[in-house]
Design a protein around this ligand. Sequence first.
Ligand code: IMP
Length: 191
Amino acid sequence: MQDAWYDADIERVIVNEEQIQDKTDELAAQIAADYASVDHLLLICVLKGAVMFTADFARALGRQGIPVDLEFMAASSYGQGTTSSGVVRILKDLDRDVAGRHVLVVEDIVDSGLTLSWLLKYLESRSAASVEVVTLLRKPGAMRSAPPLKYVGFDIPTEFVVGYGLDYAERYREVPYVGVLKPEVYTRPKL
Ligand code: IMP
């Protein structure tokens, strides 16, 4: 098989495909047990970064016997760069009412937690019955400022990572693992 185009741009793999798969199954089993009495959990996928994790996580919950509804939201706190601006914009709102629903927000990564804090307040203001968060990745900054996270996949260092939904300038989302880019990638002219 040909090498994937992105492998040459990755300096280091932080979480590999097998680790992601195992952790997804583990989180799904835990959440299935916690929500055993809930009828139709509502998963809210935070676009675009959480798209891969949500797709795999929803199927893992299905294997655990938990039916879910899926909703999508897009909120942005990052521009083209690699540090949080703290400014949250709604790019895509929910299609359905969340009032009275048990909501599980599916996140790719919690860094400062600014985006998430804002999102949780927003969902609570819409009278969800309960709101919890499952995030695949957490950075150390989240310990200080982020809202409490009940379900966390991996704690990773404070480094900018790409893959499994996470991008740098909209690229590398399709990389099946999470990794750090080579420094020269950042100095290349943008396409
Ligand atoms: P926060 O508001 O600082 O927690 O940032 C949340 C959002 O920033 C995430 O949902 C990602 O979209 C993006 N983000 C944070 N860290 C990274 C990273 O290392 N790589 C790519 N995107 C990131």
